[in-house]
Design a protein around this ligand. Structure first.
Ligand code: AHM
Ligand code: MG
Length: 338
């Protein structure tokens, strides 16, 4: 029988790569894996909400039924609070940073950002959704309360980043800067098992993913790039296929495996696009880079953008390296930065 490596075993094995590490990061990743399993259990029951009780009502066990995104947020915060390896969590669901109480946590050197359940419009319709996380070292000395500045570091400061996709199977994919590894949840043993070692994104792809309904509001560079994707050309295997789920994690995961580009550009209404730099874009940017791909805002590498606020947004062009480079060329030509 083929030997199975669980996420827990893999994390411990990889700790050897960081000889001075005390194991805090490993424990943090393990805690995230545990929260993911609990959220997965609830996501799988989402369709039963009419049987088990509506959101906001009380179920037969006398517990209040929570909206899934609220539930996921609480699970991740709880899992991260109990381990003592992080002093704060910033969540897309919370306006302010959540400080973790207790002396052990106050002295922790890591802070975590999380989008606990991304793809909100897909939650109630049985379409894939995801969780996105990243871990950085706080910039101030441990012992004093964390503030926003601890989080306002470029993506290049991340020490770990990953996502969980709740799809036809549930997967956890993460990087600590030494490649990207993917683990599939085996529900029969309740463990994430290494299924996609050293993931690589093809340099070229045949898929473009963008919400074309917003076409009229796109910058000219994006409009022209979409036209380019649709033109017939045998040498470059165009026209490309259009695939758009509307869940960043699911669109990203498919393009990572198959090759492709995902774009959420600025629009006339939202000059910075929709997606959040800290919670959504930085983690997937690091993963794609570690897999040989590219992530930019159309002009600048995502990981080099200096965040100014916790919840700030950025346009995102991400995926196969050559496709992102080409899209950037269209931006420079048709929508030069002024
Ligand atoms: P959310 O944080 O409210 O879930 O929104 C983020 C999601 C992403 O997963 C996805 O890529 C994008 O919104 C889709 O947006 P749109 O419906 O505008 O195409
Ligand atoms: Mg989100």
């Amino acid at each position: 029988m083929k030997k199975v490596t669980t996420l827990g075993q893999f994390i411990i094995e990889r700790q050897k790569d960081f000889p001075f590490a005390k194991g805090e990061l490993s424990r943090l990743l393990r805690d995230i894996g545990i929260a993911a399993k609990i959220v997965n259990r609830e996501v799988n029951k989402a369709g039963l909400v009419d049987i088990l009780g509506e959101h906001g009502t009380t179920n037969i066990q006398g517990e209040e039924v929570k909206k899934l995104d609220v539930f996921a947020n609480e699970q991740f915060i709880d899992a991260l609070s109990s381990g003592g390896e992080t002093c704060a969590v910033a969540s897309e669901e919370n306006e302010e940073i959540i400080h973790i109480e207790g002396e052990v946590s106050a002295n922790a050197k890591y802070v975590v950002s999380v989008d606990p359940l991304d793809g909100s419009s897909n939650i109630d319709v049985n379409v894939s959704i995801g969780t996105i996380f990243s871990i950085i070292r706080r910039s101030s000395e441990p012992g004093i309360p964390v503030n926003e500045n601890d989080y306002l570091q470029k993506g290049t400061s991340m020490v770990a980043a990953g996502y969980i996709i709740y799809g036809s199977s549930t997967m956890l994919v993460y990087t600590t800067g030494r490649g990207v590894n993917g683990f599939t949840l085996d529900p029969s043993i309740g463990e994430f098992c290494l299924s996609h070692p050293d993931m690589k994104c093809p340099e070229e792809g045949k898929i473009y993913s963008i919400n074309e309904g917003n076409y009229v509001h796109f910058p000219e560079g994006v409009k022209q790039y979409i036209k380019y994707c649709q033109v017939e050309d045998e040498a470059t295997k165009r026209p490309y296929s259009s695939r758009y789920i509307g869940s960043l994690v699911a669109d990203f995961h498919r393009n990572l495996l198959k090759g492709g580009i995902f774009i959420y550009p600025s629009t006339a209404k939202s000059p910075n696009g929709k997606l959040r730099l800290l919670y959504e874009c930085n983690p997937v940017a690091w993963i794609i880079e570690q897999a040989g791909g590219k992530a930019s805002d159309g002009y600048t590498r995502i990981m080099e953008k200096q965040p100014k606020t916790l919840h700030e947004r950025t346009p995102l062009f991400i995926g196969s390296a050559n496709m992102v480079t080409m899209a950037e060329e269209f931006m420079q030509k048709f929508s030069p930065k002024n």
